[in-house]
Design a protein around this ligand. Structure first.
Ligand code: AMP
Ligand code: GLY
Length: 443
C-alpha cells in the first residue's frame, strides 16, 4: 500500500522514516518533502497548502492513507476534503483543527468542558489589552496571538513594560499578521512542562509516550520562544499518578467535549501541559505531532506505525493493540541557523552529515535543508534535528551532542542543555535548601 505524507519538516522526515519500515507499506510519498525524506520516500513537488494538487496526487497514486504533518493544511480543511473524496486521512477536519488554529477557541473549549487551564481574558483592541495589563498586579502575564504563528506568538511578560511591548508587536506592528488580530492574556502557570500525545479516531484514545520540548531559544530557557529547540523522552516528572490524572481529567474530557460538539476528530491530540502544584493544566492544544517531539517519539516507537494511523483515519482504533516503546532514553537537539527565531541566514553548505548520521543510535532528521548540485544547504531556521537513543539520558545526550558537533556550517547553533532541566532545577533547589539551613543556623 502507498502512503502520502504531507509536509517538509523534521517531523515529516521522521514519519516517512518510520512508515517506510512498515512491511505493509510498498512506497512512501512525501509532498513536498526535503532532502531527508528523499532518502526514505519519493518526494513529489506539491506544496502542503495546495489542497487540489494533493487530492489529485492521492487519487493518481491510489494511496491508502494520507498523513498530514503540519497544522496549516489541517486548519484549512485538507483532511475533510480528502475524506469527502473517499481517501483515508490522518488528521482532524477544520472544525477540530480550531483547537490549535485559534487560542481563543481552545480556551473557551477548555472552559466549556471544565478542563484545567490558566484563567484568561481575550481582546480584539490593543487599547483595551494595554489598559488591562496596566491594571495587572500579578506578574508575569502571558500574552498570546490568537492564530497560528509557528510557535512564536506567545510572550511571557515579566512586567508591564514587556506586556505593553508584546501588545505593540502583536497588534500594532502585526508581526504575526492576521494571527494577531485578537490576543489572549492569561495567568502565568508555574511548573514543569510536558507534552502528551494521543492518537484518536474520535472514539478511542491511544496514549503515546510523553516528551518534553525546550521552546526558548537559549540555554536555561532564556530568550524568545521558538518552534522547539530540543526534546527528551521519557519525562522524569511524569509519574503514574500524574499519567492517570492527565488521562482522566484532560484527554478523556477533551474527547468527550469534541464528541459533544459534534466534532469527529481523527488524528493526533497533542496537549501541552504545565505540571503545577494544583495538578496538570493545559497550556495549549495542537492537532498534529510536535516537531521535534515527533522525531523523539518515532525513535522510541517499536513496531509498525502504519496500522495505527490507518485505524485512526478509518475510525477503527479499538482494533489496535497498544504499541510498545523502547525503554531507552532519547534526546533530540535542533541545529538552527544564525538568527533563528528571527530572520535567518540561508544557503550555507552543510558539512558532516554522513559522519553525524554514523554515530551509534543517532538519526539526523532534516528540516530546513535544500539539495543543490549534490550538496546540502541550509534553508530555514531549524535546519536539522539530531536525535539519539541511549541506555539512559546521559548516554543519549552524549551521542546526540557528539553527532551535532560533527556538523558544520556558518552560524550553526543549538542549545547545550537539552534534557538537563530536571538536574538544573534540583541544583537550584539544593542551593536554596543550603541557604535556608544557613539562615536556620543564624537564628
Ligand atoms: P504555547 O504556544 O501556547 O504552547 O506557548 C508557548 C510556551 O509559552 C509554552 O510552552 C510555555 O513555556 C509558555 N507558556 C504559554 N502559556 C503559559 C502560561 N499560561 N503560563 C506559563 N507559561 C506559559
Ligand atoms: N515543538 C512544539 C510544536 O511542535 O508545537
Amino acid at each position: 500500500m502507498k502512503v502520502l505524507v504531507v509536509g517538509s519538516g523534521g517531523r515529516e522526515h521522521a514519519l516517512c522514516w518510520k512508515l517506510s519500515q512498515s512491511p505493509k507499506v510498498s512506497e512512501v510519498l512525501c509532498a513536498p518533502g526535503n532532502p531527508g525524506t528523499a532518502q526514505v520516500a519519493r518526494n513529489v513537488e506539491v506544496a502542503a497548502g495546495d489542497t487540489e494538487g494533493l487530492l489529485a496526487l492521492a487519487r493518481t497514486e491510489a494511496v491508502a492513507l494520507v498523513v498530514i504533518g503540519p497544522e496549516d493544511p489541517l486548519v484549512d480543511g485538507l483532511a475533510e476534503r480528502l475524506r469527502e473524496a473517499g481517501i483515508p486521512a490522518f488528521g482532524p477536519g477544520a472544525d477540530g483543527a480550531q483547537l490549535e488554529g485559534s487560542k481563543i477557541f481552545s480556551k473557551s473549549f477548555l472552559d466549556r468542558h471544565r478542563i484545567p487551564t490558566a484563567a484568561a481574558r481575550q481582546f480584539d483592541r490593543s487599547g483595551a489589552a494595554k489598559s488591562y495589563l496596566e491594571g495587572c498586579t500579578t506578574w508575569p502575564q502571558v500574552v498570546k496571538a490568537d492564530g497560528l504563528a509557528a510557535g512564536k506568538g506567545v510572550y511571557v511578560c515579566a512586567d508591564v513594560e514587556e506586556g505593553l511591548s508584546a501588545i505593540n508587536v502583536i497588534m500594532e506592528e502585526c508581526r504575526h499578521g492576521n494571527a494577531g488580530a485578537r490576543v489572549l492574556i492569561e495567568e502565568f502557570m508555574e511548573g514543569e512542562e510536558a507534552s502528551v500525545f494521543a492518537v484518536t479516531d474520535g472514539k478511542t484514545i491511544l496514549i503515546m509516550e510523553a516528551v518534553q520540548d525546550h521552546k526558548q531559544v537559549g540555554d536555561g530557557d532564556q530568550g524568545p520562544n521558538t518552534g522547539g529547540m530540543g526534546v527528551h523522552s521519557p519525562v522524569d516528572a511524569l509519574n503514574e499518578r500524574l499519567h492517570k490524572q492527565i488521562e482522566q481529567r484532560i484527554l478523556v474530557q477533551t474527547l468527550h467535549g469534541l464528541r459533544q460538539e459534534g466534532i469527529d476528530y481523527r488524528g493526533v491530540l497533542f496537549v501541552g501541559l504545565m505540571l503545577t502544584d494544583s495538578g496538570p493544566r493545559v497550556v495549549e492544544y495542537n492537532v498534529r505531532f510536535g516537531d521535534p517531539e515527533c522525531q523523539a517519539l518515532m525513535m522510541r516507537l517499536e513496531g509498525d506505525l502504519f496500522p495505527i494511523l490507518l485505524a485512526a483515519a478509518n475510525g477503527d482504533l479499538a482494533s489496535i493493540d497498544p504499541p510498545h516503546w523502547d525503554k531507552r532514553a532519547v534526546i533530540g537537539v535542533v541545529a538552527a541557523a544564525k538568527g533563528y527565531p528571527g530572520p535567518t541566514q540561508s544557503g550555507d553548505k552543510i558539512h558532516g552529515l554522513e559522519e553525524a548520521s554514523a554515530v551509534e543510535d543517532a538519526m539526523v532528521f532534516h528540516a530546513g535543508t535544500r539539495a543543490e548540485g549534490g550538496e546540502i544547504h541550509t534553508c530555514g531556521g531549524r535546519v536539522l534535528c539530531v536525535t539519539a537513543l541511549g541506555a539512559d539520558k546521559e548516554e543519549a545526550r552524549t551521542r546526540a551532542y557528539s553527532a551535532y558537533d560533527l556538523l558544520e556550517w556558518d552560524g550553526k547553533f543549538c542549545r547545550r542543555d537539552i534534557g538537563t532541566r530536571a538536574e538544573a532545577r534540583a541544583a537550584v533547589q539544593a542551593a536554596s535548601d543550603i541557604e535556608l539551613e544557613l539562615l536556620g543556623e543564624r537564628d
